[in-house]
Design a protein around this ligand. Structure first.
Ligand code: CLF
Ligand code: SF4
Length: 297
């Protein structure tokens, strides 16, 4: 619980609905979908749909410019007083769209300084942007880390785009994993609270995630969120075949339980869309579309 934490960390998490189980009953978050591009390919992602790094391939949303995003944040903040956190989580990777992402954060840090800023990333470009994240006082970062073993990584990520080149297989996974862990350490050094999300993929990384949990804890991650693969056909196929199944609830809970021996686990994740608005599990995005906001201004 919150009671055991140092005062500064308690302050950081007490009104963040994802980082504190208790806070999610009282506080809301919103996402602005300003980041359309991605620099890696996950087998569980289908780009036709929204697909935040929080890894819920969802329904298409409108991609916003930074300016539209600021207007939306202000409109939501005026309408939902419990809204304490603004996250950028897609629909691609926020750090693969650095101009749009950091323009949005820069303006919010100036114009709505009371709103906590949060970002979710695949981590490929984290080492490059750790200082910039700290500069805008972004105190909450989520990195999706699905494995430490590049052989397993090669079964999850067919390619990454790195140094202007497409890189495949084990070599690609090695670079991605190295940058994720390096980025995690750099953020922890800078006082940022880091949550690690992992997508549980039966037969691929399920047996490996307890080790991931220990390794990220050792490097200073604050919280681990193991989420189930969403394997319905409309969200894309896995490995180009439709045979990959999702874990059962019992399998998910057993894994979360085994990780919890060494690490604090998040158990209230609702696998949000990249344009979610409201309390976790609630989606009020339709109340704040651009045309509705414009008519209120
Ligand atoms: Fe958004 Fe993610 Fe920030 Fe939360 S969501 S960027 S940490 S403000 Fe939260 Fe949604 Fe789960 Fe994410 S419930 S998918 S963990
Ligand atoms: Fe899709 Fe996110 Fe993976 Fe990019 S990092 S391919 S947006 S799931």
């Amino acid at each position: 619980g919150l009671a055991g934490l140092p005062a500064s960390v308690r302050e950081q998490v007490q009104n963040h609905p994802c980082f504190s189980e208790k806070a999610h009953h009282h506080f809301a978050r919103m996402h602005v979908a300003v980041a359309p591009a991605c620099n890696i390919q996950c087998h569980y992602c289908n780009r036709k749909y929204d697909c935040s790094n929080e890894s819920r391939p969802g329904v298409v949303s409108e991609v916003l410019t930074p300016d539209q995003a600021i207007r939306k944040v202000k409109a939501v903040a005026a309408a939902i007083p419990q809204m304490t956190v603004l996250g950028i989580a897609g629909p691609g990777d926020p750090l693969a769209n650095p101009e749009r992402t950091f323009e949005t954060f820069r303006r919010l840090s100036e114009e709505t300084p009371d709103i906590k800023l949060c970002v979710s990333t695949n981590g490929l470009r984290l080492p490059e942007f750790a200082d910039e994240i700290a500069r805008y006082n972004i105190q909450h970062v989520t990195i999706t880390i699905n494995c430490l073993d590049p052989e397993i990584g090669a079964r999850i990520y067919p390619w990454i785009f790195w140094n202007h080149r497409r890189i495949r297989g084990v070599k690609a996974a090695k670079i991605l994993i190295r940058n994720q862990l390096k980025g995690l350490e750099m953020l922890v050094e800078r006082g940022v609270l880091v949550k690690v999300n992992s997508v549980m993929i039966p037969g691929v990384n399920d047996h490996h995630l307890a080790e991931v949990s220990r390794a990220v804890k050792e490097r200073g991650a604050f919280l681990h969120n193991v989420m189930p693969l969403i394997a319905e056909a409309e969200h894309g196929t896995f490995y180009g075949v439709t045979g990959q199944r999702a874990p059962s609830n019992a399998e998910l809970h057993a894994l979360q339980e085994s990780c919890s021996d060494s690490m604090s686990m998040m158990r209230h994740c609702r696998q949000c869309r990249a344009d979610a608005v409201g309390m976790l599990g609630e989606d009020r995005g339709q109340e704040f579309t651009l045309d509705k906001i414009a008519s209120q201004e």
